[in-house]
Each structure stands twice: as structure tokens, then as C-alpha cells.
Ligand binder design. Structure first.
Ligand SMILES: Cc1cc2nc3c(=O)[nH]c(=O)nc-3n(C[C@H](O)[C@H](O)[C@H](O)COP(=O)(O)O)c2cc1C
Length: 186
């Protein structure tokens, strides 16, 4: 029997009732057998990237996030679309995670998701994440497009996913992520 696949889930939204954080909670609740998803409490305490600060020593919140990423077998990242890209807080965190020693993102498998009130489901943020993460050495699952449009009708007022078909859709992709990690685990 293969070991449990540990997944770190990171949201690009700081909003309390965030649809995107809601996607991550839903994923955690329906994770397939053999997969455990830990939803990171949020990127609000990650300071703006500053090379001078990095050289002096990673701030505690950044060091904690880097450590969690290093220990994770895979990442699940969900972000709103802000002005046709991922959010600034997420891009900022990715910048911190892309730096030495041993860039934590390098070689990590990941699945990305977006939720938006519009019909396109944050498609441009989804592809922005793919582009940026790829250059950081992340294996973003190809062809796995989780873009949830019309979010207002699929989540409740607290950002909990209420749509059963989206839940099933996510489950399919989590199974693929698990298979990918199992296949490539050393
Ligand atoms: C600064 C800003 C820019 C936005 N730009 C876009 C956009 O380009 N495309 C889009 O679909 N929604 C856009 N939105 C709407 C957000 O995607 C929407 O509020 C979403 O629900 C936020 O995600 P969350 O619920 O996870 O916080 C924007 C919102 C803000 C605050």
C-alpha cells in the first residue's frame, strides 16, 4: 500500500468568505483515500518580497510556508482573477517560494483552480498561475482545468461550495493528482 499523499492547499484570496478558499475546503473534505489536504491559514502575514530581507534571513511566516511546501508531496492552489491575472498576494508568495536554498517549488506537482463570479471562471488567472508556476519548476497537471464560473450560485454566503457537480469535478482531478504523485514518487 502506498503512503498517504500530503497536499498543501494555498488560497490566493484573503477574503473571509472567499469562493477560492471554499474550493480548497471542499477538496479537503472530499480528498480520496490515501490523500490528506492541509489548507494553509492564509497569505495575509507574508510580507512583500524584498531581496535585502531574503539575504538577511527569511521572515518567520515565509520560512513556515517554505517549510510546509518542502514537506508537501503536492500543492493545490486556488486563486481569484484580479485584473486578468492571479492575485498579487499569491504571486508575492510564489516569489518567496521560488528562491534558494533548494527552491521549495522546484519539482512539486500541483493542481490549480480558479473560481469567479463571471462566466469564464477566472480562466486568465488559471493560465497565469500555470505560466508562473511552470517557470518555477512546478509540474502543473496539464489539461486539468478547474475553472468555476458563476460562483455566486455555487457557494453559500460563507464561501462553502454547495454545488454537487463541482464537488464531483474536483474529486476527479484529485484522483489524477494522487495518481501523478504516486507514479513519480521516489
Ligand atoms: C482588484 C480586483 C480585480 C478583479 N478583476 C477580475 C477579473 O479580471 N476577472 C474576474 O473574473 N473577476 C475579477 N474580480 C472579481 C473577483 O474575481 C471576485 O471578486 C472573486 O469572487 C474573488 O475571489 P474570492 O471569492 O476567492 O475572494 C476582481 C476583483 C478585484 C478586487
Amino acid at each position: 500500500m502506498s503512503a498517504t499523499v500530503g497536499v498543501l492547499a494555498i488560497s490566493g484570496s484573503l477574503r473571509k468568505a472567499s469562493y477560492n478558499t471554499g474550493l480548497l475546503r471542499a477538496a479537503r473534505d472530499i480528498a480520496p483515500e490515501g490523500m490528506a489536504i492541509d489548507v494553509h491559514p492564509g497569505l495575509g502575514d507574508i510580507p512583500p518580497y524584498d531581496e535585502d530581507v531574503r539575504v538577511a534571513g527569511y521572515p518567520a511566516a515565509v520560512a513556515d510556508l517554505r517549510d510546509k511546501v518542502v514537506k508537501a508531496d503536492a500543492l493545490l492552489i486556488a486563486s481569484p482573477e484580479f485584473n486578468r491575472g492571479m492575485t498579487g498576494v499569491l504571486k508575492n508568495a510564489i516569489d518567496w517560494l521560488s528562491r534558494p536554498p533548494g527552491p521549495p517549488l522546484l519539482g512539486k506537482p500541483a493542481c490549480v483552480m480558479t473560481a469567479a463570479t463571471g462566466a469564464l471562471g477566472g480562466a486568465l488567472a488559471n493560465y497565469d498561475m500555470r505560466q508562473v508556476l511552470s517557470v518555477c519548476g512546478v509540474f502543473v497537471l496539464p489539461g486539468r482545468e478547474i475553472m468555476v464560473g458563476g460562483a455566486k450560485d455555487k457557494f453559500d454566503g460563507d464561501g462553502n461550495l454547495t454545488d454537487a457537480s463541482v464537488r464531483e469535478f474536483i474529486r476527479t482531478h484529485l484522483n489524477v493528482l494522487k495518481a501523478f504523485v504516486d507514479r513519480h514518487k521516489i
